[in-house]
Design a binder for this molecule. Structure first.
Ligand code: TXA
Ligand code: MG
Length: 327
């Protein structure tokens, strides 16, 4: 559906009636259901083939609604103030007796909350005027969608399993939100690198003197981990070889920066010829899909090294999961 006034109204009515509607956010497309409707939330798990122990992010139009659903320790307030609306999810202690379906927390005592900045997501959430649970709109374990066509793809998407998708064009950030858990004590920890960099988080957390914060860690996630962060995820069919210096015979090439000698333009794509990490993040999932479709059975994809800084942390995280052995 087009995301005009009528499209937004129809989508909001569908959600309020317990149906599934995919919509664009600035990171990736989400598969939405009313977060207060247990049957609708169960339908998300069924459509994605998602394990029941993997909780969902609840999307709200503004931080006022977030504060009605979860405790907001001072560090969470500071992060919300700095990065909402935007590509940040906060995992917070859930308020008891609230309106959310239990399944959004997968039986846990926390809830992941996000205020997306995308104008279509904002318009939809305001029209619904309630919390909307939305995982990435892909079958569980597969590459996240950054266009409406990806969402509807009959092979790698959810075509035939959902009620509608609002088409807002390609998602500008291209990798999912950064997930930060903030406990009741105010200690903060990154559970998933994403669209907001660790440096940006540290700049805010370091400045909030009220709440002591443990150092924000990347990579080694410590005892806390998002249940959805299984090693193999974002998986294309073709095998990936990371930090490659050049393609081997039979390999496709996914470049970053200037290509090495001998790369066949007909068998390669670049995440960013100029070596720009934002551009690379925005193109990542589309590029993986594109090469995966073209690669013949048994052919692999060699990926150029991506600098491990800023958005490169999130890009390398998704590439590592896409390359991991399949379970
Ligand atoms: O950018 C995004 O975050 C996108 C858009 C649609 O908002 N959503 C997204 O959702 O990536 P999903 O379900 O694909 O990934 C959410 C991750 C999962 O790894 C899940 O385990 C984790 O967030 N998560 C959600 N709630 C959590 C909670 N209460 N505690 C720990 N991890 C949680
Ligand atoms: Mg996902």
């Amino acid at each position: 559906m087009r995301p005009d006034e009528t499209g937004i109204e129809v989508a909001a009515d569908l959600l309020r009636a317990g149906r599934l509607v995919a919509f664009p956010t600035e990171t990736v497309y989400g598969l939405g259901a009313l977060a207060t409707d247990a049957a609708a939330v169960a339908a998300i798990y069924a459509a994605k083939g998602r394990p029941a122990r993997n909780p969902l992010i609840v999307h709200v139009p503004a931080s006022e609604m977030a504060a009605t659903l979860a405790e907001m320790p001072a560090a969470a307030e500071a992060l919300a103030q700095a990065f909402w609306p935007g590509p940040l999810t906060l995992v917070l202690p859930r308020r008891l007796g609230g309106p959310l379906a239990d399944a959004v927390s997968a039986g846990g005592a926390s809830v992941g909350l996000r205020v997306p900045a995308h104008p279509v997501a904002q318009a939809l959430l305001r029209a619904v005027d309630g919390p909307v649970a939305a995982p990435s709109a892909n079958p569980s374990g597969r590459v996240s969608p950054t266009t409406a066509a990806h969402v509807l793809d009959p092979d790698s998407g959810l075509g035939g399993r959902i009620d509608a998708v609002l088409d807002g064009g390609p998602c500008p950030v291209g990798v999912e939100s950064t997930i930060v858990a903030v406990g009741a004590s105010g200690a903060a920890r990154i559970l998933r690198p994403g669209g907001i960099t660790a440096e940006a988080l540290e700049a805010v957390l370091g400045a909030s003197s009220e709440a002591p914060v443990s150092p924000v860690e990347e990579g080694a996630l410590g005892p806390l981990i998002s249940p959805g962060q299984f090693a193999s995820h974002y998986a294309p069919r073709a095998r990936l070889r990371l930090a490659a210096t050049e393609p081997r015979p039979g390999e496709w090439w996914l470049g970053f920066g200037p290509d090495p000698d001998g790369v066949d333009p007909a068998r390669s794509l670049s995440l960013s010829p100029s070596g720009d990490l934002r551009e690379a993040a925005a193109r990542l999932f589309e590029a993986l899909r594109h090469l995966d479709v073209q690669a013949a059975p048994g052919e692999g994809i060699a990926v150029a090294p991506i600098p491990a800084e800023g958005l490169g942390i999130a890009i390398n995280d998704r590439l590592a999961r896409a390359a991991a052995p399949r379970g």
